[in-house]
Write a protein that binds this ligand. Structure first.
Ligand SMILES: [Zn+2]
Length: 477
């Protein structure tokens, strides 16, 4: 196999290479689509199982709505239509004949879910209604990248209805903080939370909150969003409820989602020139054991390997689940080849057991993140593995946080602004025109108006008009 392109040489080529060579995904016969391979899907399953519990912990229930949406539904909310229409895939034929009404392949499910909500919600007793679905969606993208932007992708989308705007706003923020906890604790990725500017808001939302992370090339990736929809969809779909006072009111709504794009983020935040580096919490394989023998040593070594594997599988990791352990018994490859192979796949811990380990009752443990190797007594192997996996999870987060902070700048001068790569904290006057001009001159967009940002008087980086807080600018995926 060819040597990998380094991150420094060409980050984008490095990324594609890693995704393909680690076996996460492959290009599909239809341009812009991807096949998620078992190793990549294993990461997605771990993401799903953790996040699904977190979503349910606030009272949300899972359901499933159809892939096809009557075209007329998409036309009901004007901004929503304008935002999505260039990306829609539309079915005009079915069962061998032209359809009476065209069907849109869902680009998101607000319209079909709200059509059902209008049937299900009658009185204040039906509220709040909190629904999530795990599904695939289709957006006809012109420029695609594996995991980051594909024509079809997997995601979860939550849709809720409430009796007051306060309650809906609170739900929007609850989901934002669930996403933040998940990204920081499970993916080991630090994020900046904030509001989108009006030009970047979700089509049909009053307010869009976003989580933004810095990738290894200092560009930003939008990791997830949570929308306060106000009454825009309830008015368009006539979702009303009878109040305790017998008045008829429109419901207040939210929607929120994250997608398989998160897998791309994990690759770009933690990966290095030798391959993936996976946070243990979501790694399909947390520990790989590699037996090393010559000639007649095999029997003794495999005995030790199998006994260790059994003990590890009976041990619970930080997630409370048994450790995910794999033994690489392939005889056609050298240990050196196997080391490289599992490093490419980003397995957090490698355990080597060779003849000397048997003699000394030891095992050798190698960390993928720091590339260190230590030898421990076999009797201490379990404790050491559990403790080290924990350390890796925390270390990856701290490393990513240091990287983000090291590439974040506070800038007040336009000439300096133009030269920066990374997150740039600057003043902005609030005008959409300035925002657009800054983008056309620098390719930087306003990623968010940060929520924990302090008020501070300053002047717009481009036009000099007064501003009372800094916003986060960056080039973005
Ligand atoms: Zn301005």
């Amino acid at each position: 196999m060819n040597k990998l392109v380094s991150q420094r040489e060409d980050f984008s080529a490095w990324y594609n290479n890693i995704v393909l060579r680690a076996g996460l995904a492959d290009y599909a016969p239809v341009k812009g689509c991807m096949v998620i391979r078992p190793y990549g899907y294993g990461i997605w399953e771990n993401i799903q199982s953790i996040l699904d519990k977190m979503i349910k912990s606030v009272g949300v229930q899972n359901a499933y709505f159809p892939l096809f949406i009557p075209e007329s539904f998409i036309h009901k909310e004007k901004e929503h239509l304008a935002g999505f229409s260039p990306e829609l895939a539309v079915v005009t034929y079915g069962g061998g004949k032209e359809l009476e009404e065209k069907l849109v392949v869902r680009p998101t499910s607000e319209t079909i879910i709200n059509a059902m909500f209008s049937k299900w919600i009658q009185s204040f007793r039906d509220l709040p209604l909190l629904i999530n679905q795990w599904a695939n969606i289709v957006r006809w993208e012109m420029r695609t990248r594996l995991f980051l932007r594909t024509t079809e992708f997997l995601w979860q989308e939550g849709h809720t209805a409430h009796s007051t705007h306060d309650e809906a706003s609170e739900m929007t923020l609850t989901m934002l903080s669930i996403y933040r906890d998940f990204m920081q604790n499970s993916l080991s990725i630090p994020v900046i939370c904030g509001k989108k500017t009006s030009s970047q808001r979700f089509a049909g939302a009053l307010e869009t909150y976003t989580l933004e992370a810095m990738m290894g090339d200092c560009k930003a990736l939008q990791m997830g969003t949570s929308h306060d929809l106000g009454q825009n969809f309830s008015r368009a779909f006539d979702i009303t409820y009878q109040t305790k006072e017998n008045k008829l009111e429109y419901v207040w709504q939210t929607s929120w989602g994250v997608s398989t794009r998160l897998i791309g983020a994990v690759v770009m935040v933690h990966g290095d020139d030798d391959g993936l580096v996976l946070p243990p919490v979501i790694a399909p394989i947390q520990v790989v054991i590699i037996p090393i023998w010559r000639g007649d040593e095999k029997g003794k070594i495999m005995e030790a390997v199998i006994s260790l594997k059994k003990r590890l599988r009976d041990t619970t990791g930080a997630s409370g689940l048994p450790l995910r352990v794999y033994v690489d018994t392939r005889e056609e490859f050298t240990p050196g080849f196997k080391f490289n192979d599992w490093e490419m796949k980003g397995v957090p811990l490698r355990i080597e057991i060779g003849p000397r380990d048997i003699e000394n009752s030891t095992v050798t443990i190698a960390r993928r993140d720091e590339r260190t190797r230590t030898t421990v007594k076999n009797s201490q192997a379990l404790d050491s593995v559990v403790k080290t996996l924990d350390e890796i999870q925390g270390n990856l987060y701290l490393r990513a946080k240091r990287f983000m902070e090291g590439n974040t700048y506070t800038v007040n001068d336009w000439n300096q602004f133009k030269q920066k790569t990374g997150f740039v904290l600057s003043h902005w006057c609030g005008s959409t025109e300035c925002e657009a001009n800054i983008q056309s001159e620098t390719n930087m967009t306003i990623r968010c108006i940060p929520m924990d940002g302090e008020e501070e008087n300053g002047s717009c980086i481009l036009c000099g008009k007064p501003s009372n807080r800094r916003v986060v600018f960056a080039k973005a995926y």
